[in-house]
Unconditional design. Structure first.
Length: 131
């Protein structure tokens, strides 16, 4: 990833691990708040968006960073943005605090979608490595 020409809006590579760590900590914290505040019968309603967020995060990172397929990354991140927003709406029913924590997550995923679109615009659907 660090060998390709990156768009101007791309943050320094050293920030990615920090931003992803913050994202995952906040997503986990919001889910823990939900677990502590919701009846067990309602739990599956909140479990689905959380698990799906984790799956889409893994798939997007795999497509973009390991396979260098920013086209597939774009295909994955569009529903990821929508799901991230839906997570806020669903979590609001369980805990307004948990929903507010996810605002950062939504903003981060939305920003990563713009970076992904810029990479597709700059490189096409597959990023070639330049040495």
């Amino acid at each position: 990833y660090h060998f390709v020409y990156q768009p101007m809006i791309t943050p320094p590579e050293s920030l990615y691990p920090i931003l992803w760590m913050i994202y995952n900590i906040l997503l986990g914290a919001s889910f823990i708040i939900i677990v502590l505040n919701v009846d067990s019968l309602e739990f599956p309603k909140f479990n689905y968006p959380y698990i799906t967020n984790l799956i889409l995060e893994f798939l997007w990172c795999y497509a973009v960073f390991w396979c260098r397929q920013v086209g597939w990354g774009l295909v994955i991140i569009v529903p990821y943005v929508i799901l991230s927003f839906k997570t806020i709406l669903v979590f609001k029913d369980g805990s307004p605090t948990a929903a507010k924590i996810n605002y950062y997550n939504f903003a981060f995923i939305l920003y990563m979608a713009f970076v992904n679109m810029a990479l597709v615009n700059e490189h096409g659907l597959k990023v070639e490595v330049y040495f």
